[in-house]
Design a protein around this ligand. Structure first.
Ligand code: F6P
Length: 579
């Protein structure tokens, strides 16, 4: 019987501070030394490996939830994979995961627990989770039930705008984690939107965003959700004020409300709700606390879509769909909690990424969904992975000893094929890529009797095959090509990919997919010894923007305080600004 990871007991000798384990320098482990030796004698040969080993695909294919994950086209042998798993063991991935699940304050720089996994625990889970005196399960389900009830009211017309009309559009105003999760999932699951309510997402402080998104909306049927964990984010609060002005102006212009303070307050009460951990600030903004949904500081912004931050999803897709999504997340959490590292899919994918970054020199990682519905998936993953693992100090403040987070990027296939795939196939850089596809389409269209989705999937399969096995000069010549064109048409192959295949893009499958990447990110972070749950790197720019804003408005002292380059750009701005 395998001990679940969550039951791992961490000895006092492994503690660095209070209940937090010390990071282990990965380069000091025996696994790292083994991996260096593998790297030095490494001669990747996917063609040869597949030819010599008919069991390779089976041995390197895994299932997690409904996801079939084929790792066989990665540049690893069994020995390398064993050493990579040993690296995860020796750097304490399992013990840190256990600490996270127990609610220990593994987010050291903010002294917080990290409990996004608690957002998707089923009601009545055993044993109950109590952290820092909080009955976490109770609180999570209380908010989830309130959110579901509110979503149902909006969907069935029980909740109406100030003039008595049913809501037709919800506009989520938020940025970063308060935007990217909801928008990505909304786009992915739009076929489930069944209540005649559309969602729009305003995030950028560029006023174009709000102006264009509200241009065709009717204030009488629009509900704004102001989503901000801190309720201090400049972009979100500015956009919320602009939205409030737009609402009042529209309602007053049509005579729907009088231009009085009382009528305006009433309009806000009918057209604004909020999601935040700072409910006092919500009230100060003028949103009735009755219409606000809370969450907790132990939910990081980029891990918050499972919290009340998902309100736009519960309204447009329905609370049932939202709960299915959470169930999908939970299935992968359970897989991680109960599966030995060597079989643990996110751990395996995480250690493969470490292999590429730290041993084979990869600087980026492509994520290529063969699903138009996942058009925002790469953008979502960029915050998840790069805000989490873009660090150069470890969780005890010491410098990292290795390269850390790679750049994640991507576009849905087949669009990417006609844009940047050339570089992945024949460029000089190693770009590991995850291909994601679904057997059954949301829209089963045919073209002249041919299943278009089948054609789409043929491309998914063809690309990973071409990347892995390439095309030799002999094969090119056998097709009649001669001279310098032979080299141009030759594909080296050995370009690593992971294929993730699932029956269909259902809410449950999407939850599994997102949780998979959360845990991949976690695994890499632990190996590198970094706190994947803070984001101090975004603070300096925020502070400086506040200092520069007066200079934009013409304040001479603020202008004079800038460096020469910033001053010259401000002078350009002043010279070209249309009065
Ligand atoms: O600036 C980074 C960040 O703090 C993200 O981590 C977060 O998701 C985003 O800003 C939005 O923050 P909030 O939800 O508090 O408005």
């Amino acid at each position: 019987m395998v001990t679940p990871i969550s039951d791992i007991v961490i000895p006092p000798s492994r503690r660095y501070r209070g209940d937090v384990t010390a990071p282990i320098d990965p380069t000091s482990t025996s696994a790292w030394a083994e991996l260096l030796a593998h790297r030095d004698s490494f001669d990747p040969d996917l063609r040869g490996w597949f030819a010599a080993d008919p069991e390779r695909v089976q041995r390197l294919s895994r299932t997690v939830g409904d996801l079939h994950v084929d790792l066989s086209k990665n540049l690893v042998t069994d020995e390398i994979l064993r050493s990579l798993v040993a690296l995860a063991e020796q750097t304490g991935v399992a013990e840190r995961y256990a600490a996270m699940l127990r609610g220990e304050h593994i987010n050291t720089t903010e002294d917080r627990a990290v409990l996004h996994t608690a957002l998707r625990r089923p009601a009545g889970a055993i044993p109950p989770l109590e952290v820092d005196g909080q009955d976490v399960d109770h609180d999570v389900h209380e908010v989830l039930d309130a959110l579901s009830a509110f979503a149902d009211r909006v969907r069935d017309g029980g909740w109406r705008g100030v003039t008595g009309k049913k809501v037709t559009h919800v506009v989520n105003i938020g940025i970063g984690g308060s935007d990217l999760g909801p928008v990505m999932i909304y786009e992915a699951l739009r076929p489930y939107a069944d209540a005649g309510i559309r969602a729009l997402f305003v995030s950028n402080i560029d006023p174009t965003d709000l102006a264009q998104k509200t241009a065709d909306l009717d204030p009488e049927t629009t509900l704004f959700i102001v989503a901000s964990k801190t309720f201090t984010t400049l972009e979100t609060l500015t956009n919320a004020r602009l939205a409030r002005d737009w609402l009042w102006a529209g309602l007053e212009a049509s005579g729907a409300i009088a231009a009085t303070d009382a009528a305006r307050t009433d309009a806000v009460a009918h057209h604004f709700v909020a999601v935040s951990t700072a409910l006092d600030k919500v009230a100060a903004f003028g949103i009735d606390p009755q219409n606000a949904f809370g969450f907790w500081d132990w939910v990081g912004g980029r891990y918050s879509v499972d919290s009340a931050i998902g309100l736009s999803l519960a309204i447009t897709l329905g609370p049932g769909v939202f709960r299915e999504l959470l169930a999908g997340f939970h299935e992968v959490d359970e897989h991680v909690r109960t599966t030995p590292l060597a079989e643990n899919v996110p751990v395996l994918m995480g250690v493969l990424n470490v292999w590429y970054v730290n041993f084979l020199g990869a600087q980026t990682h492509a994520v290529l969904p063969y699903a138009q519905q996942l058009s925002r998936f790469a953008a979502y993953l960029q915050q998840l992975t790069m805000e989490s693992n873009g660090k150069s100090v470890r969780w005890d403040g010491s410098p990292v000893t290795t390269d850390t987070g790679e750049v994640f990027w991507g576009e849905p296939g087949t669009n990417g094929q006609h844009a940047f795939y050339q570089l992945i196939h024949q460029g000089t850089r190693l770009i590991p890529a995850d291909f994601i596809a679904f057997v059954n389409p949301a829209y089963p269209l045919t073209d002249d009797g041919r299943d278009v989705h089948g054609l789409f999937l043929a491309n998914f399969l063809a690309q990973t095959k071409a990347l892995a096995f390439g095309k030799t000069a002999e094969e090119v010549e056998a097709e009649g090509t001669t001279g310098p064109l032979v080299a141009a048409r030759t594909f080296a192959g050995n370009r690593p990919t992971t294929s993730i295949f699932a029956p269909a893009l259902t809410p449950r499958v999407l939850g599994q997919l997102v949780a998979l990447y959360e845990h991949i990110t976690f695994t890499q972070g632990v190996i590198w010894g970094i706190n994947s749950f803070d984001q101090w790197g975004v603070e300096l720019g925020k502070q400086l923007a506040l200092q520069i804003a007066p200079a934009i408005e013409g304040d001479a002292a603020a202008l004079g305080a800038q460096d020469a380059s910033t001053r010259s750009l401000l002078e350009y701005y002043a010279a070209h600004r249309t009065p």
